[in-house]
Design a protein around this ligand. Structure first.
Ligand code: ADP
Ligand code: MG
Length: 250
């Protein structure tokens, strides 16, 4: 099992946002997570990626208990995430947004102390080359020198994905990759996710666009009011009465 959230509970004051939630996925799985607003999807992502500490339960990644690890430590193990609202640095170019997302930036790597200037330049050149490759892959090469604040909604989502790819992730938690994205780019983002998955990258995707998500994933979980209420193939899950009722606000 590559990733598992086991019996996760999350309490905000007196409110139980996650009520004994368990999900699991194997290596290079492509899984969806749906549910009405307020179901707890983003909270589950926050717990899975280490941005929030759960009130109960465990998070396991690549056979290791990562419940107590920071987001950065989880990212180094290959667990990446994007945010529902993209967090790019709007004043930085697309290229620089990718470069600063590389691990070990901002002097984090102590080993840099022992590097000579030539080594540092070579290391930076490698990071830039990787960033350019990712920009190419995501069809952002044309806008690579533009301030990212000027990108369209869909391009910002692609850049957000690109920033995670700089970490060489084994599993990416994607929060609403199609929100605010025009239909043409929805197709393009889906294709890129499918290609990455074909190369072995796993995805857990939260999304409100059920049609696009159903076309993309093989399996999905449904959450409502802090609980998992269904799991299965998209067709199976969307035919369930409980799921229809949750979406009707029942
Ligand atoms: P979803 O992503 O499924 O729309 P969220 O995980 O964002 O839902 O939120 C689930 C519930 O938890 C909501 O009722 C929300 O108001 C509440 N919640 C989320 N984060 C916090 C927080 N930091 N403090 C208090 N309540 C929160
Ligand atoms: Mg959310």
């Amino acid at each position: 099992m590559t990733f598992a959230a086991n019996d996760i509970s999350m309490r905000f004051g007196g409110f139980l946002a996650l009520d004994h939630v368990s999900i699991e996925m194997g290596e290079s799985d492509l899984v969806g997570l749906i549910g009405p607003n307020g179901a707890g999807k983003s909270t589950l992502f926050a717990v899975a990626s280490g941005f929030e500490t759960a009130s109960g339960g465990r998070v396991v990644f690549k056979g290791q208990d990562v419940t107590a690890l920071s987001p950065a430590a989880r990212a180094r193990l290959g667990l990446g995430r994007t945010f529902q609202v993209p967090r790019e640095f709007t004043h930085l170019s697309v290229l620089d947004n990718l470069v600063v997302a590389a691990p070990g930036q901002l002097g984090e790597r102590l080993v840099n102390v022992f590097l000579r200037p030539g080594d540092i330049a070579r290391q930076r050149a490698e990071i830039v080359e990787k960033a350019e490759g990712i920009a190419d892959f995501l069809n952002l090469a044309r806008v690579i020198d533009q301030p990212s604040g000027k990108l369209s909604g869909g391009q910002k989502k692609l850049l957000e994905l690109g920033r995670v790819l700089m970490l060489d992730p084994a599993l990416i938690l994607l929060d609403e990759p199609f929100a605010g994205v025009n239909p043409v780019l929805v197709g393009e983002i889906s294709e890129r996710i499918g290609e990455l998955n074909g190369r072995g990258v796993g995805f857990l995707v939260v999304e409100h666009n059920l049609q696009a998500l159903s076309d993309l994933v093989r399996r999905m979980y449904v959450m409502d009011r802090g609980r998992i209420i269904a799991e299965g193939t998209p067709d199976e899950v969307l035919a369930r009465d409980a799921v229809r009722e949750a979406y009707m606000g029942g």
